[in-house]
Write a protein of this length. Structure first.
Length: 286
């Protein structure tokens, strides 16, 4: 009787877990299908390669695509080195104690702060105090700070997952600690670090509030010539079309088309990171 009850509980748990997975997959599939159904008619070559025109009721989103790429790549270039360096220090060098626990608690708290707070920080510190102005640099730095806690957390977990015996064997051969970290620990932890980077890329590309205050322009047909220029960005462009446009209902296909382009862009960047991660894992096996 007891064995039957255990099997029943196991089957119930397995069924509940399966239903949860199906609900998530169906919800995601439904959202993507709805976006594709309403947006694919607006997406064509002209839409992808031309700027908006006629009060953004016609034309395309090319400046917004380019601006989103600039901001996302800039955020990764800022956050990835800082995040990895911070994780290496916290995991490999820092003496574990109360202070390190407080630092980790602060990092975890930063990961849960609303993005609009980071946007206001970028506005007050970067745009106003440092007088950088509203530009690509301010937006990339703000987004980099936004995703930094995620990358630090993922990098720490990846570094901790590397077996301690790897470090001990290297140090026993007389290799310096930094050489051990750079040649043994980091290469083995890099696939896990890239997993956190993928999450950061998705968040950086889709955020509206931080770039609204620090980088995004309402409209500009001019492509940026330096990191000190304002840019259009897909998330903010969607917000403008859906809330602040002159003819919101008429631009509904453009709204869904822009959303579809943003989703495809994020998935494309994530796919590149996944391919790089897979190749690193294959090299590690060999």
């Amino acid at each position: 009787m007891n064995l039957k009850w255990r099997y029943l509980k196991q089957n119930l748990f397995l069924g509940a877990a399966t239903l949860c997975v199906l609900a998530i997959v169906l919800s995601l599939g439904g959202i993507l299908y709805y976006i594709f159904l309403n947006g694919f008619q607006a997406v064509n070559w002209e839409f992808l390669t031309s700027p908006p025109r006629d009060s953004m009721t016609k034309g395309g989103v090319f400046p917004a695509i380019l601006g989103t790429l600039y901001l996302t790549v800039g955020a990764i270039l800022v956050a990835l080195p800082l995040g990895i360096a911070s994780a290496v220090y916290l995991t490999e060098y820092a003496r574990q104690g109360k202070m390190i626990r407080i630092i980790r608690l602060g990092v975890n708290c930063l990961a849960g702060i609303p993005s609009v707070v980071f946007g206001l920080f970028g506005l007050g510190f970067l745009v106003v105090f440092l007088e950088i102005g509203s530009c690509i640099l301010s937006g990339a730095l703000t987004l980099g700070i936004l995703i930094l806690p995620t990358i630090i957390g993922a990098s720490e977990e990846a570094l901790k997952a590397v077996p301690q015996t790897f470090r001990e064997a290297s140090l026993a051969l007389g290799v310096s600690k930094w050489r051990t970290i750079s040649s043994i620990v980091l290469p083995n932890a890099m696939p896990g670090i890239l997993t956190g980077s993928i999450l950061g890329i998705g968040r950086a590309a889709g955020e509206t509030a931080p770039i609204m205050f620090t980088a995004a322009a309402f409209f500009t047909a001019k492509l940026p010539s330096s990191i000190f220029d304002e840019v259009m960005a897909l998330p903010y462009h969607i917000y403008v079309l859906a809330t602040a446009g002159t003819r919101i209902e008429e631009t509904r296909p453009l709204q869904f088309g822009t959303v579809l382009v943003l989703v495809a862009l994020v998935l494309g960047i994530d796919l590149i990171a996944i391919v790089i991660r897979s190749r690193m894992r294959k090299r590690k096996r060999w």
